[in-house]
Design a protein around this ligand. Structure first.
Ligand SMILES: [Zn+2]
Length: 72
């Protein structure tokens, strides 16, 4: 049970976030924010008993055919 699309294998991705814009931290010039891990989760939905990302869902629902899981 991992957070992965059953059709294309798209999963959780990581990035960094640290906001240093003028609006943050009271407008001071100093270093404003630590960098933290940002988690990008795919937009998964349950459909016909398995999980699909929105991209695959659109394809599947458009085709209206039972899915043969292609690993690509
Ligand atoms: Zn997918």
């Amino acid at each position: 049970m991992s957070y992965v699309c059953d059709n294309c294998g798209r999963g959780v991705q990581y990035g960094e976030s640290g906001r240093h814009g003028r609006g943050v931290a009271g407008g001071r010039w100093k270093k404003r924010a630590q960098r933290t891990r940002k988690v990008f989760k795919p937009n998964l939905h349950k459909y016909m008993g398995s999980k699909y990302c929105t991209k695959c869902l659109r394809k599947i629902k458009g085709q209206r055919i039972t899915v043969v899981a292609a690993a690509a």
